[in-house]
Design a protein around this ligand. Structure first.
Ligand SMILES: C[S@@+](CC[C@H](N)C(=O)[O-])C[C@H]1O[C@@H](n2cnc3c(N)ncnc32)[C@H](O)[C@@H]1O
Length: 281
């Protein structure tokens, strides 16, 4: 999405805690920053409770390099995520709301919209029509959308949801509703293009990303260990925190960087899990 410019007025539709767009905008944070500083009900993690939906006010300044540009409006249905994103000084204003309903913006409000949530919503055509409505003529929207291959890459979906094989019931605790409840749409390029045509958009750019290998590593990751990891982190003496964190980051990077490079296999006929489209009104 590097070619996609956040031309003002801009909207981040489903911004979450803002980290994705902050990094995309070239911002950096200090070692004290942690996306998981605020959590709740850790002991209910395996009962699909959203332990990250929490916010503890904190006066620390985490931003080291401010983002190269700012985004006018942050929109999400979680108030806590909007409050977290406020720490990053990326957005000018914040709007909480449900993207399954009419968006709370007037016609032709934005020149650019970024969204990585269309596939979390009830009806892709309805949200695309809403995006079209609030976009100005000549404006652009950048969308991240799952490819039809994505469901086949999920361990939960492939080994348990499709088979109900009791041996794999533990995968419900790996998925914790991520795939089951959130990935509502996954379509081929051909199918997405049909939906775009029906809503009036022109395609300005299309690229695919995230190989099966990368998705499967992401699918497991450190996520199932989160409650116990968080409890361990909370026991670290403040004067040791930065050293331990640096060692973690260096160790993880040693493996993650070459793994991310594996996306180069996508050029060799391996299907990707995600599409990135830039559409023009
Ligand atoms: C995949 S995350 C995207 C976060 C961030 N933009 C990124 O790209 O990493 C999906 C976001 O959509 C939000 N969301 C889910 N359903 C929503 C809804 N009905 N209305 C508004 N936001 C919603 C979630 O709170 C979450 O922050």
């Amino acid at each position: 999405m590097r070619e996609f410019a956040f031309a003002s007025p801009s909207l981040d539709l489903g911004c979450g805690d803002g980290i994705f767009s902050f990094i995309r905008a070239g911002g950096t944070v200090s070692a004290q920053f942690d996306a998981f500083l605020s959590v709740r009900n850790l002991n209910d993690f395996y009962k699909n409770v959203d332990v990250y939906d929490a916010f503890q006010k904190d006066k620390t300044t985490y931003v080291v390099d401010p983002p190269h540009y700012r985004i006018d409006v942050a929109f999400d249905n979680k108030e806590n995520s909007l409050k977290k994103s406020d720490q990053l000084k990326l957005y000018h204003s914040y709007v909480a709301g449900d993207a399954n309903r009419r968006l709370p913006f007037t016609e032709e409000s934005f020149n650019s919209i970024f969204s990585n949530i269309v596939y979390w919503l009830d009806e892709p055509k309805t949200i695309l029509k809403e995006i079209y409505r609030v976009l100005r003529p000549g404006g652009h929207v950048c969308l991240m959308l799952p490819n039809h291959t994505f469901p086949n890459f999920s361990f939960y979906n492939q080994l348990y949801a499709k088979t109900h094989n009791k041996k794999f019931v533990f995968l419900e605790q790996l998925d914790r509703g991520r795939f089951k409840d959130n990935i509502r749409q996954a379509h081929s390029d051909h199918e997405w293009r049909k939906i775009f045509r029906q809503t009036g958009f022109e395609i300005a750019m299309h690229r695919k990303h995230l190989s099966k290998t990368v998705i499967q590593i992401w699918d497991i990751g450190l996520r199932p260990l989160f409650p116990v990891l968080k409890k361990m982190v909370d026991q670290i003496q403040p004067d040791r925190y930065q050293d331990i964190k640096s060692e973690w980051v260096d160790t993880v990077r040693r493996f993650l960087e070459p793994i991310v490079e594996m996306d180069s296999e996508l050029g060799q006929g391996v299907e990707a899990a995600f599409h990135c489209y830039v559409l023009e009104k």
